[in-house]
Design a protein around this ligand. Structure first.
Ligand code: PLP
Length: 419
């Protein structure tokens, strides 16, 4: 009989197989120093474009003060136990109320982590007779939530209304037979390419089809909409989102997440979300920290204004220089270049070492072969100098990509990788 670990010794998986070439640099890099527009990487200062600290709250002195005071007051243990058993407090309730009000829903419920919370919410919302319809480019937490589903599921082509409708029709046929309902899941903002989910058009389909809409608005919350309530507010359809999700890990610069919906739905989820029923409650330091951050989202619109000033300067500057930034409709700023994986590695190394610009790099199989995606997250803490230096650097590396410099520099790696 085979040893269970045999396959692990042989194959480290689609990303793990690159560990030798990539670890510590392209993956698991160590960014050091306070979270800000400029941090240290490999002993050098770099302009940081890969931290989802949209509103620049991570290292804001008021936030740091509240985090430190809450840490001193409660330690990291309090409260002990799951919410249902012994981990419930007034402050958890207060934060839920304030979050619900902020996103214009009747009620909200806290989640310890966005990822687990999404998985668990999907699991709790459907039973085997129900059908899930979701975007093929959905975040891993949606895919994993759908994996738990015992009934039928259909993916639709990314943000494609025709495909959405086709799959709603298929779902309807199944649901009519099983006697179940339909859950449609979209993201408010797709985190790789920055497109908003087509929520307005999806909501319009509610006139033709019976389904409930669940939106993961991780990147939209705090960054989109007049008040920062997210992609639903931005598109004028917040009321038609049946279950709204956002994480604290991006614009709130923290850990934790929440779902918001009608009172009756949240009351149900509160008793059926396995990730919350069987896991320790969100620790108090995070709850107090989230109350402070939410207050800043509400009372300091200048943070979002500064964020968008930077987003517009960066995206506008890239477009003016002829870069392909795809179809982003959010702060997420992708830059698409043409090249192989070894060329991408040489290019990113050059960008980091010689131009002091740190951004994330995405290659095949996440995006089609031959494309390099450099993904940037502008924040309110970036300056015009950061943006201008980065634009200059991007023009320089594009020239070097086009004149074959990176092909030459990466020839040995390409050969070793069989590219
Ligand atoms: C779209 C989306 N959903 C969910 C999550 C998970 O949130 P968390 O980091 O709170 O687990 C992320 C990433 O953070 C995300 O980008």
């Amino acid at each position: 009989m085979k040893d269970l670990f045999d396959k692990i010794y042989k194959d480290k998986g689609p990303l793990g197989k690159w560990a030798e070439q990539a670890e510590g640099y392209f993956v698991f890099p160590k960014l050091e120093g306070p979270i800000s527009n400029r941090m240290r990487f490999n002993g050098k200062e770099v302009i940081t474009w890969s931290v989802n600290d949209y509103l620049g709250l991570a290292n804001h002195p008021e936030v740091r003060k509240v985090d430190a005071e809450a840490g001193a007051k409660y330690g990291s243990a309090y409260p002990m136990g799951a919410r249902m058993m012994s981990g419930h407090t007034d402050l958890h309730e207060q934060l839920q109320k304030e979050l619900a009000t902020f996103v214009n829903k009747e009620a909200a419920y806290l989640l310890n982590f966005g990822y687990q919370g999404m998985v668990s919410t999907i699991d709790a919302l459907v039973s085997k007779d129900d059908v899930i319809v979701y975007d093929v480019d959905a975040h891993a937490c949606i895919i994993d939530g759908v994996r738990l589903h015992l009934g039928q599921r259909f993916t639709y082509k990314h943000n494609d209304m025709e495909s959405i409708e086709k799959n709603l029709k298929r779902a309807e046929k199944v649901a009519e037979k099983t006697g179940g309902g339909i859950l449609l899941i979209s993201e408010g903002v797709f985190g790789m390419r920055g497109e908003q989910g087509r929520l307005k058009e999806i909501v319009a389909l509610k006139k033709k089809y019976t389904f409930r809409l669940f939106v993961d608005d991780a990147h939209g919350f705090g960054t989109l909409g007049k008040t920062g309530a997210g992609a639903g507010e931005e598109q004028g359809v917040q009321d038609d989102i049946d279950v709204y999700f956002a994480t604290f890990a991006k614009s709130m610069a923290s850990t934790g997440a929440f779902i918001a919906a009608d009172d009756e739905i949240i009351s149900y989820l509160k008793y059926n979300l396995r990730s919350q029923m069987f896991a320790k409650s969100l620790q108090m330091q995070l709850v107090e920290g989230a109350l402070k951050r939410l207050d800043m989202l509400r009372t300091m619109p200048e943070l979002k204004e500064k964020l968008w000033e930077n987003v517009n300067a960066l995206q506008g500057g890239l477009k003016k220089r002829g870069f392909d930034i795809g179809t982003t409709q959010s702060c997420v700023t992708p830059v698409y270049l043409k090249g192989s994986i070894p060329e991408a590695m040489a290019l990113v190394k050059d960008l980091r070492e010689n131009y002091g610009v740190f951004c994330s790099i995405v290659v095949y199989p996440v995006i089609p072969k031959g494309l390099i995606l450099l993904r940037m997250i502008p924040t309110a803490s970036h300056t015009m100098d950061d943006i201008n230096e980065t634009l200059e650097a991007f023009s320089a590396i594009r020239d070097r990509l086009e004149d074959g410099t990176y092909k030459r520099l990466s020839a040995a790696v390409a050969q070793a990788m069989g590219e």
